[in-house]
Design a binder for this molecule. Structure first.
Ligand SMILES: [Ca+2]
Ligand SMILES: [Ca+2]
Length: 92
């Protein structure tokens, strides 16, 4: 039986492909795919505007090919995880 961490990692991969396979290159996220992912998978009250999402995508697109590959996506999730950890520390 997979551990909680293994399940979480699998989810990161599955969610990436759920969106990356919608159009164009099946193994990268286009701007539209990334926007859909952000809007559907991040449910915090503070929704990012389309403009914010575009800006974020530009920052994350290290090789500037206008798509997010898995490496760029996971770097982003790493940053989100660090942010969550910092927020959590404030309550400990
Ligand atoms: Ca794609
Ligand atoms: Ca890229």
């Amino acid at each position: 039986m997979p551990s909680t961490l293994e399940e979480a990692l699998e989810s990161l991969v599955v969610i990436f492909h759920k969106y990356s396979g919608k159009e164009g290159n099946k193994s990268t996220l286009s701007k539209r795919e990334f926007k859909n992912l952000m809007q559907n998978e991040f449910t915090s009250e503070q929704k990012l505007s389309s403009k914010d999402i575009r800006k974020l995508m530009d920052e994350l697109d290290v090789d500037q090919d206008q798509e997010l590959n898995f490496q760029e996506y996971i770097t982003f999730l790493g940053q989100v995880a660090i942010f969550c950890n910092d927020s959590l520390q404030a309550f400990l």
